[in-house]
Write a protein that binds this ligand. Structure first.
Ligand SMILES: [Zn+2]
Length: 428
């Protein structure tokens, strides 16, 4: 028997419309009613003083690259899970672009078994849409669903053949898993490495035009309508994408979009340093795009926050800008960046909506039994200090990689304790 009482925190549980100062009680890994409290008198009760803190359902990041199997030198399931815990996340959804790719049931089983053994947070795998993520032939979507994937995606790549994508969405509908898509038209984007615009021209770097994303967002809207099934557009970066999603969602199309912190924290102006930690896909955009993303978050067009945590080793990133791999790590800075930018600085949403975008929204999309402090739910809890000022120190990260453009940044607000299944897996 184990029990914990988290006392006197501001409990924010958007799933139950709860926002009040009170207690949260945990017994044997589950949330129990706070009024009746701990029932078993033999329980050894741990008391956590949460005065001045926010007590939220464990946060979910639905866009993480854990790099195992195949690229353990960048990140392992163990190190990625520890990074998640340190960032306030109790559940992470990992992308299938591993080696071998997660395009078959045995790789999914391997990931689940490895996570059960090594990960301190819940790790939920996605499966690939196409075999070997090559965009040519569909992966066995039904078997992947049976093996327990929470969604399918070719993230990092994008299926260019619209007919193949249509069949993928139809299969996904039959087995009731959502489709996530990395929106990139290969012909329009070509060898682009940074946003096509002023800075790409000035610096002479190949441009990645906004239309290269928007064309696929439009394709996905049309296919979501045609197939009557949900498509979620990953890491949205342009004003045009926000406009397309807003219009489609108003018409009731089953389409959604997510935002990553770097796309609102930075613009393509940052690439003049030629620091490869500013190279990601989709690229950093212009200020008008950042403004549109902020409006999209404020009006609910963009409903999910995620990191696109993409670890790379130093030797891989320390090369010329053109040849460096895309992507940055994000698990240990994303919550703070969003708290800092959305709640404190731009005041686009309040803390309740921010928690909802990290809990209720991804749980609803992926049909997860998570993201709530309901009685009987698994005791996944994140404690936040909204006003704690701190400085990002990349050398203190739990992640096995260091490729963050936010090293040294001063931020306000962060997670201070992460509890998974009633057990504290990280505390500051
Ligand atoms: Zn992607």
């Amino acid at each position: 028997m184990s029990a914990t009482i988290i006392r006197n925190g501001r409990v924010i549980d958007p799933a139950n419309k709860r926002d009040e100062v009170g207690d949260v009680c945990i017994e044997d890994g589950k949330i129990v009613a706070s009024k009746s409290g701990i029932r078993n008198p033999k329980s050894e009760i741990e008391e956590v003083d949460a005065s001045g803190l926010i007590v939220a359902p464990g946060l979910i990041d639905m866009h993480v690259h854990l790099r195992e199997p195949g690229f353990g030198h960048k990140e392992t399931i163990d190190s990625g899970a520890r990074a998640a815990a340190a960032g306030g996340f109790t559940t992470i959804v990992c992308m299938p672009n591993t080696s071998p790719a997660a395009d078959n049931p045995s790789t999914i089983t391997w990931i689940k078994e490895c996570a059960a053994r090594a990960a301190c947070v819940n790790v939920l795998p996605t499966g690939a849409i196409s075999k070997n993520i090559s965009g040519e032939e569909l992966a066995p979507i039904g078997s992947l669903a049976q093996a327990g994937v929470v969604a399918i995606t070719d993230d990092g790549y994008c299926i260019q053949n619209h007919e193949l994508m249509r069949r993928a969405v139809e299969y996904a509908r039959m087995v009731d898993v959502p489709v996530l898509d990395h929106c990139q038209d290969y012909n329009l984007v070509g060898n682009g490495v940074v946003n096509e615009g002023y800075w790409s021209t000035l610096l002479g770097l190949p441009g990645w035009p906004a239309a290269g994303e928007e064309v696929i967002v439009m394709r996905n809207i049309l296919l979501a309508e045609l197939c009557d099934h949900h498509i979620h557009c990953q890491h949205m970066s342009t004003a045009g994408s926000v406009r397309l999603l807003r219009e489609a969602r108003r018409r009731g199309v089953k389409i959604s979009g997510e935002v990553c912190p770097h796309h609102i924290a930075l613009t393509d102006e940052a690439i003049q340093s030629f620091d490869t930690n500013y190279k990601m896909n989709p690229p950093l955009r212009a200020q008008v795009d950042v403004d549109a993303l902020l409006e999209g978050i404020a009006d609910g067009t963009l409903s999910i926050l995620a990191s696109d945590h993409a670890p790379h080793a130093d030797f891989e990133k320390e090369v010329e800008f053109d040849t460096a791999p895309f992507g940055i790590i994000g698990l240990e800075t994303e919550l703070s960046l969003f708290l800092h930018l959305l709640v404190h600085k731009h005041r686009k949403i309040d803390i309740v909506r921010l928690i909802e975008m990290y809990t209720v929204e991804p749980a609803k999309l992926l049909k997860l039994d998570a993201g709530t402090l309901s009685v009987g739910a698994s005791a996944d809890v994140t404690l936040l200090d909204l006003d704690l000022e701190w400085t990002v120190r990349a050398d203190e990260f739990q992640s096995a990689s260091r490729n963050s453009p936010f090293d040294g940044r001063k931020l306000k607000g962060r997670a201070v304790r992460t509890i998974v299944g009633g057990k504290t897996v990280w505390r500051r």
